[in-house]
Write a protein that binds this ligand. Structure first.
Ligand SMILES: C[S@@+](CC[C@H](N)C(=O)[O-])C[C@H]1O[C@@H](n2cnc3c(N)ncnc32)[C@H](O)[C@@H]1O
Length: 338
């Protein structure tokens, strides 16, 4: 599901698919931008944290709304995002600062500096620019080294994972992060074919590891494997699990949080996290009176996730699987998260 979403959002545009591939980089179009801005309700002079700067599409809107007296802190772990940020900051109306880090670590740094933002938001997954840079190996459609690192300073790459992890660990990752039903067969083939050097080597291992019937129909047979390996290489779910309580803990009462996700593994986490904070009493239903005294900390701004309308999907097919959830903090943290 994730890979499908990503192919839809981020697939590079080959202008020739013969012997030499020539790419026409697609500009990253921010998804659900008016909806995100409306839910965050930015006001002049406020402070905002954008956890996933990318190409700054969402940041541009928020910066305009908080204006010259506002402060926008942008986080991204891809060093390529920093160069884009420099151009963004030069034109931003207010103060803008970049933190080049995983957002979980970046948020902790900001928290430790005592920053209490009025809003924090995340637009999860990869940018178009990352997938368009075919040499980074995110796409199964093009032959490239097995890299898949969002942070190119990170040591672990997809090549390390497929060539060094035990078969059981690879199978587990394919199951957990790709919901791949043929995980064992694919992991076996990966290990048998070592060393794998390119995305084509990995595609070939997947094709050999799935039954013939699974090679046709239902999308590319390698999409789940690529999704799973990318999530594992970048520790994407761990980062999200780590960042959510930190982000929430940093918000003052009245502060707003929003996240856009593109597959169910992430959306489920955001949904549960916010629902838990929006819940009051947690006493067993058979207790006649509340004994826990727990009050909700959050009011959900999206009872059901907001999704792009047909017009946005038509204009930007990459938005197709987006889910936007948001909440406002209505009481101080009960869990002492910050
Ligand atoms: C979907 S793009 C964001 C696009 C952006 N909202 C825009 O409008 O241009 C996701 C960005 O988040 C970054 N990213 C993903 N996971 C991250 C993490 N755990 N920590 C920091 N940055 C992350 C990626 O490097 C990528 O640049």
């Amino acid at each position: 599901m994730r890979a499908q979403a990503e192919r839809a959002r981020c697939a590079p545009t080959p202008t020739s698919v013969s012997a030499t591939l020539v790419y026409m980089p697609t500009e990253h179009q921010p998804v659900l931008a008016p909806e995100l801005t409306a839910l965050l309700a930015p006001q002049p002079g406020q402070t905002a944290v954008d956890c996933t700067f990318g190409a700054g599409g969402h940041a541009r809107r928020i910066a305009a709304a908080i204006g010259p007296s506002g402060t926008l802190v942008c986080i991204d772990r891809d060093p390529a995002a920093e160069a884009r940020f420099d151009r963004f900051a030069a034109a931003a109306p207010g103060r803008a600062r970049f933190v080049g880090a995983d957002y979980a670590a970046g948020l902790r740094t900001l928290r430790d500096e005592g920053i209490r933002p009025d809003m924090i938001y995340m637009d999860l997954g990869m940018s178009s620019m990352q997938v368009d840079a075919w040499e980074r190996g995110f796409s199964y459609s093009y032959d490239a080294p097995l890299d898949m690192r969002m942070d190119t300073r990170q040591e672990l790459s997809a090549a390390d994972l497929v060539n060094e992890w035990p078969e059981s660990g690879i199978a587990q990752a394919l199951r957990r992060f790709g919901e791949e039903r043929y995980a064992s067969g694919i992991a076996r083939e990966i290990v048998r074919r070592r060393p794998l050097q390119t995305t084509s080597d990995l595609v070939a291992a997947v094709k050999a590891g799935v039954p013939a019937s699974a090679r046709f129909g239902g999308g590319h047979p390698a999409k789940r494997t690529f999704q799973a390996i990318r999530i594992a290489v970048n520790g994407e779910l761990d980062s999200l699990d780590d960042a959510l309580p930190t982000a929430w803990g940093m918000l003052p009462v009245g502060g707003r949080f929003a996240a856009i996700s593109f597959h169910s593994l992430e959306d489920r986490r955001v949904k549960r996290f916010l629902a838990e904070r929006a819940r009051g009493c947690i006493c067993p239903p058979d207790l006649p009176v509340c004994a826990c005294g727990r009050e909700p900390e959050a009011e959900l701004l999206t009872r059901r996730a907001a999704a792009p309308d047909a017009e946005e999907v038509a204009a930007n097919p990459r938005s197709r699987s987006a889910h936007l959830r948001a909440a406002v903090k209505i009481a101080a943290n009960a869990g002492g998260e910050a």
